[in-house]
Design a protein around this ligand. Structure first.
Ligand code: SF4
Length: 365
């Protein structure tokens, strides 16, 4: 049963929480490139990058992306390949595709201006309710609550909310309390304060409660074990699998093929195949590259690497391959011979870069 304070009770403590949070934010807010602006485009791009990607991974990628696509118009007119290349290394490439599609819709339907209305934002590709509220609130100062994992954690602790982290039920409870907390002035700053507090003080493990500006009002702190909130789902054990990859080099160039699948769709990768063991993956790879007129060289892998994606732990074995007896089919729009140095600016995921580092002959290209 939900024994946490009712939303009506939150109203009583809201003024003191607001004052404490905004005062702390004014003193302690982090200097972030997307904080130094009210440009909704920059704020939108930063929010998309920060979804499912850590601050430290986003930080060095933000400015180069904006150098390449400084506004909605340049993003809308870019090719998908260019946007994927600029996104390379950030993962979850559907975000980059949707960013470009949304930019095209903004140009086509909103005269190039990002809508202020959360409902209009939510109709754009890639905008769920969080993204619409975050952009409306952080960029336009709309009084709408926005909650991501940090806000969920802070408010779940302050109000000792029941519910599992990441669940719709917890999010509903958090949003109801966040809406009550938002001031008429600076609602976006209050949302940013909650996000910052979750990042820097109210961390998932070992929260720094003595340094927290709202510690006297925190129910989880009073109960003595803040880490219990929000309740965590039991972790699934990771799936381990083998991936065999083929490196084919010719005249200083290396063959990559365009991936066609829901994961990493449209990106360039070494011909590869998965399996429950290295031997099984190698057999599947031999069949796959046989269709391209190539064959694996015999012998042990020439390199190995490891890669983790969500709950998959991938052991990579790299094999050399060469032209087979029949004419190679490694041509056309879905196969391309790259100079190794061209991989830097191409739509290539981290997995492919790891294989290049571990499997290419030094000095090639
Ligand atoms: Fe989080 Fe501790 Fe602050 Fe409560 S007192 S909000 S648990 S940091």
């Amino acid at each position: 049963m939900d024994r946490s304070p009712r939303v009506a009770d939150v109203r009583d403590v809201a003024p003191v929480l607001r004052r404490a949070l905004l005062g702390w934010f004014d003193r302690e807010k982090r200097t972030l490139p997307w904080r130094e602006t009210h440009d909704p485009y920059r704020i939108w791009v930063s929010e998309v990058m920060l979804q499912q990607t850590t601050f430290s991974a986003v930080s060095p990628r933000f400015a180069p992306f904006l150098d390449r696509f400084p506004d909605v118009g340049s993003l809308a007119s870019a090719t998908e390949d260019d946007v994927l290349a600029a996104w390379s290394g950030l993962g979850y490439y559907a975000r980059a595709r949707n960013l470009r599609l949304a930019a095209r819709r903004i140009v086509g339907e909103h005269r190039g201006l990002i809508p202020r209305d959360p409902a209009a934002l939510e109709r754009l590709p890639g905008f769920g309710s969080y993204m619409a509220s975050a952009v409306a609130s952080l960029a336009f100062g709309a009084r709408v609550p926005a909650a991501e994992a940090n806000v969920d954690r802070v408010l779940a602790r302050v109000f000792a909310l029941p519910g599992v982290a990441g669940s719709g039920k917890l999010r509903e409870r958090v949003l109801a309390r966040a809406a009550t907390l938002l001031p008429a002035r600076r609602p976006g700053d209050l949302t940013a304060a909650l996000m910052d507090l979750g990042q820097t003080i109210c961390r998932p493990r070992r929260p720094l409660c003595p340094a927290c500006p709202i510690e006297p009002h925190c129910a989880a702190r009073r109960r003595g074990d803040p880490e219990r909130f929000p309740r965590q789902r039991p972790k699934r054990s990771p799936v381990r699998l083998s991936l065999a990859a083929a490196v084919v080099q010719r005249s200083g160039r290396v063959l990559l093929v365009r991936r066609r699948s829901t994961w990493l769709d449209g990106l360039w990768e070494f011909p590869s195949a998965e399996g429950a063991s290295v031997a099984a993956a190698r057999r599947r790879l031999a069949r796959r590259i046989g269709e391209l007129g190539l064959e694996l060289e015999s012998g042990a892998p020439v390199g190995t690497a490891r890669h983790s994606v969500v709950d998959r732990r991938i052991e990579i074995s790299i094999f050399r391959a060469r032209r087979g007896r029949r004419e190679t089919g490694a041509t056309g729009p879905d196969a391309r011979w790259f100079l190794p140095r061209e991989l830097d600016g191409a739509a290539v995921p981290t997995l492919t870069r790891k294989i290049a580092v571990a499997g290419l002959r030094p000095g090639c290209g």
